[in-house]
Write a protein that binds this ligand. Sequence first.
Ligand code: FEO
Length: 392
Amino acid sequence: MEKKKIKEGIYWVGAVDWDRRLFDALIPLPDGTSYNAYLVKGSKKTALFDTVDPTKTDMLLSTLAGVDEIDYIISHHAEQDHSGSIPQVLERYKNAKVVTSPKGRELLLDLLKIPAESIITVADGETLSLGDKTIEVIYTPWVHWPETFSTYIREDKVLFSCDLFGSHLSFSGVFVEDEEKACEAAKRYYAEVMMPFRNIIRKHMDRLEKYDIDIIAPSHGPVHKNAEGIMKSHAKWISEDLANNAVIVYASMHGSTEAMVNHLTDALSQRGVNVERFNTSVMDSGKFAMSLVDAATLIFGSPTVLTGAHPNVIAAAFLANALKPKVRFASIIGSQGWGGKVVEQITSTIGTLKVEMLAPVLAKGMPKENDLKALENLAEEIAKRHKESKLL
Ligand code: FEO
């Protein structure tokens, strides 16, 4: 690919992966992704900021074809989508030093075949000079691994934020062109990858606010010229603000649980609560994650399968538990034939969520009059909680 200029002496040299559809064997990528590497040329030295996924090494090496010398390879994050091509880059640029945090050093040695003597470590706040460009190291652990750090080029006011402020989005230019589309992709990325670290991100953002940032160059997706805009969006997502939304995630085998979900959807809607529904058989788990960014209530709907909850619903509950959304109320509904452990299984799967569990509604077979009434009571309870939380 061609180098793409970000600022004088700063170029994007990464790889766009238009066709990738799954990340970490888990995260759907409807819009592909990019692995952003940047070449920064100072008056005395040259640094490569990260590399690319190992599947795109050839692309990176070809883009760097005219570059004779690289002094530093800044490895912000040891995950292989950014570090995976370091061995091949080192083969070509034998004098280059890999710059990372002490934790990053451990991980790089564990994950990649890199000679230990090629690695130098930097402390939080330390600077590296390229001559007329100064790289400042800003430790930002847990966005998204414990070793991760960001860097800031003082003279150019460019923040290299690594996974933070990133998005899984392919692009032909290099800067964000469609703010709305970019924000939607960034929200999906936040929901899928960053949401569990909400409180840590708040601390990082408090610190980053003190920097004069002109451009944010993340490790995935297009580069942000509107640094303030993407930071404001993240500030909203990590805030304690909730929306008047109830998310219903469910499976239904013969229609009974779906009939209950339908009735609850109508009952909530009649009481002014917005509903987002996800049928686990066909859902995009990224959209489910996005719905959890600010939903106040989460409802699981499950039939009973082999005496327990439907495996798809358990998987959704496991994902919600791992993502640690700020959801405040939860409940379980579903249909059963002769009893089972649906409620116990789902409740124990979401143990890390700080939610008030509202009384479950379980029907035998198809929901009867009394079951429908119980669903209306549940909707009433949810609407009451939303009103008390000043969401409705
Ligand atoms: Fe894009 Fe956490 O790696």
